[in-house]
Write a protein that binds this ligand. Structure first.
Ligand SMILES: NC(=O)c1ccc[n+]([C@@H]2O[C@H](COP(=O)([O-])OP(=O)(O)OC[C@H]3O[C@@H](n4cnc5c(N)ncnc54)[C@H](OP(=O)(O)O)[C@@H]3O)[C@@H](O)[C@H]2O)c1
Length: 163
């Protein structure tokens, strides 16, 4: 079962120049709690923006480049949907972590979304698709801690597919 994890601005921006735009350590902690011990699926650009292989998680990286290789036992590079068909069908939760190209590509197969909604517009070049209320039902919403290190208003919101 595929689940999306994303942090998005009020205007749906998720990044700029292959980087995140905000500093929210509480959201990184939330991401780590969700994904640790699981498999994550991402695009080649998002993998490059992570800058390293994250510990205790399997990384599946989409690329169209047959020469793109990562020499790490926790990384698998894939080129087609067929190669992740078993992950779509199995019960265990697998996390789709972006970026925009991969969210758009895999959205039809995703059953659940963990969305950090930041209550501010940002300027950027990469957008998350619109969350259509005919397809997705909000099932939980929790306000994130605001403090000196997390100086924004944001919510941890869960959506589940209803059709
Ligand atoms: N806020 C968040 O939660 C969040 C999360 C993740 C990323 N981001 C941001 O999003 C931005 C990156 O997103 P992006 O859309 O530019 O790139 P991306 O989705 O991370 O990666 C795009 C690359 O993935 C490969 N790819 C995409 N679709 C494919 C397919 N159908 N088959 C095979 N390979 C495929 C291609 O790699 P090749 O070019 O190698 O063929 C493509 O160039 C950055 O700014 C990042 O910081 C934000």
């Amino acid at each position: 079962m595929l689940s999306i994890v994303v942090a998005k601005a009020k205007n749906n921006i998720i990044g700029k120049d292959n980087k995140l735009l905000w500093n929210l350590p509480e959201d990184l902690k939330h991401f780590k709690e969700l994904t640790s011990g699981h498999t994550m699926i991402m695009g080649r650009k998002t993998f490059e923006s992570l800058g390293r292989v994250l510990p205790n998680r399997k990384h599946i990286i989409f690329s169209q480049n047959p020469d793109f290789k990562v020499d790490d036992e926790n990384v698998e590079v894939v080129h087609s949907l067929l190669q992740i068909q078993n992950l779509i069908e199995e019960k265990e939760e697998v996390f789709v972590i972006g970026g925009a190209m991969i969210y758009n590509f895999l959205m039809p197969y995703v059953k659940k979304m963990y969305v950090t909604e930041i209550e501010k517009d940002f300027e950027g070049d990469t957008f998350f698709p619109i969350i259509d209320s005919e397809t997705w039902k909000e099932t939980s919403r929790e306000k994130g801690i605001r403090n000196e290190k997390n100086n924004l208003d944001y919510y941890f919101v869960t959506y589940e597919r209803i059709k």
